[in-house]
Unconditional design. Structure first.
Length: 186
């Protein structure tokens, strides 16, 4: 089963939150990144504006046009659109991997919001049980509250310019997962 690493950015830690962006990275390094222009802008507070909105790639593109870098099954795919359009493109992108299991960091919101894209009717190739890095870290006796960037990069910590960008965070999740599975610990 293929692993896909997922992260989302959304309008707050509350029941009616809406997706701002989603990033997915496959085991083989293919990426999918989408920004939603139909998120509830009235829920954007100062922290979300400063830490999430400023890290979007399509900040000024709200006209419904799809922006992408290559064919949908290519190595990297980026777009902006409403939830319906993102669902269409994401479904096609996910299909190229056959059977898929989803991994996220703390997936309480990520998994629910991911499922909401599909109206809770996941494509058949996506395993219905998600997995999370927090639990894996705890099982391996690594503090689950450790900085993901510090764990992933150690002393080579990069500047955190892209922190709170869904694609960057999905890449960090993948790097942390691989480090834990390979048994490399600080």
């Amino acid at each position: 089963m293929n692993k896909i690493f997922l992260d989302t950015e959304f309008t707050g830690l509350h029941q009616n939150t809406t997706l701002i962006s989603i990033g997915l990275v496959s085991e083989c390094g293919k990426t999918f990144y989408a920004e939603f222009y139909d998120y509830d802008k009235s829920q954007v507070d100062e922290w979300i504006q400063q830490n999430i909105i400023t890290n979007l790639r399509f900040v000024d593109e709200t006209d419904g046009e799809v922006g992408h870098t290559d064919a949908i099954d290519a190595h990297d795919f980026t777009m902006t659109g409403d939830t319906f359009l993102v669902k269409e493109y994401l479904s096609v992108w996910m299909a190229q991997f056959g059977d898929v299991e989803i991994w996220s960091d703390c997936l309480a919101y990520d998994w629910i919001l991911f499922r909401n894209i599909f109206s809770n009717d996941l494509p058949e190739n996506i395993y219905y049980i998600p997995f999370d890095l927090c639990t894996l870290l705890k099982v391996k006796r690594i503090d689950p509250d450790i900085s993901r960037e510090l764990f992933a990069f150690g002393d080579d910590l990069l500047d955190e310019t892209y922190k709170h960008n869904a694609l960057w965070d999905a890449e960090i999740i993948k790097k942390c997962y691989n480090k834990v599975i390979e048994g490399v610990q600080e």
